[in-house]
Design a protein around this ligand. Sequence first.
Ligand code: TRP
Ligand code: SF4
Length: 399
Amino acid sequence: MYPQRVLSGMRPTGALHLGHYHGVLKNWVRLQSEYECLFFVADWHALTTHYDNPQMVGENVWQMVVDWLAAGIDPNQVTLFIQSRVPEHAELHLLLSMCTPLGWLERVPTYKDQQERLSEKDLSTYGFLGYPLLQSADILIYRAGHVPVGEDQVPHVELTREVARRFNHLYGREPDFELKAEEAVKKLGSKRARLVRELRTRFQEQGDEPALEQAKAVLQETQNLTMDDRELLFGYLEGARRLILVEPQALLTEASRLTGLDGQKMSKSYNNTIGLREDPDSVVKKIRTMPTDPARVRRSDPGNPENCPVWTLHNVYTSDEQRSWADQGCRSAGIGCLECKQPVIDAVLAEQAVFNERARPYLEEPDLVKSIVADGCEKARDLAKQTMRDVREAMGLNY
Ligand code: TRP
Ligand code: SF4
């Protein structure tokens, strides 16, 4: 019914690092040529946790967009925008908040988790509780079919599905739906129409699932139905309402295999990252001083790559051949750790050279980025306005 749109957002809370690239951005780049993609800077989301320092958010917005472009996001293929420039997100969030049970938000796992993890901040705010609902509005306002996210965000997409279902249930009743559906049933011919009505009753009154399946099959094999009629009749069968908001699917991003410099997950809060666009000297220094298998105290001690954080970089950055050389050299103490690290250093530097090259025109001419984002905001806003028109109409707010 609606195009398979992909939507995702990122909070502008700091410079992006290689963990973001291998965990998220590479996936976005892959998706951009397969789907209609919208990617946005979730600046309001950043405020839910950084409301005490909104300036930081502003500073990161443009840098983050440059990082996306550096990573290979193609502004000619995707729509890039900033959440707060499409104020319709806030309107939908508000309207959804009217009919979203408090308990749905309180039981989102990230709510309690984050409050505990960021205990130095006061996150007992209205905005923080509403964060996942704002995310639902972000997704639903574009009728996105797929939402690429990491595992921690899956409950938010699940909430979004529930919110959409509830909204459609409450407001999706079209005044003349039954009438229209009856007309469409008649087009099936009297024999089929009778069968479909009978099966529908069995499903709706007794929850008879096979009857529903059978009725759907009848509709599928009826040749001369229009798409609209078929859609209408599916709704008629299930007792579903008109779909004003579309239930999205999470597109699970494979967790990044990239660990940080200390072997923990690469994350700004652990201070173990390599930036997406970092000074080469600093990259070299960071990798050279990275800890290795603790068993290799001396050069002559054999090691085991399985116990070495550098190995996770090898897995992402080097060839099979280089890895088997490093694996043998490590286990036999044939090579030293600095030797082993060299191909990784070379590969990271080569990757960064590409990122820097892509970023250069935007750094030289920041207006370029602004104009890409301005275009994106306009496009996004057009789409958002369409949905809001339907939403207001469904709720009877178009007086
Ligand atoms: N909550 C997401 C995160 O922290 C960011 C985000 C906001 C998002 N709105 C979204 C992701 C909509 C996907 C879709 O990573
Ligand atoms: Fe790690 Fe390589 Fe040193 Fe082995 S040789 S411990 S894999 S850095």
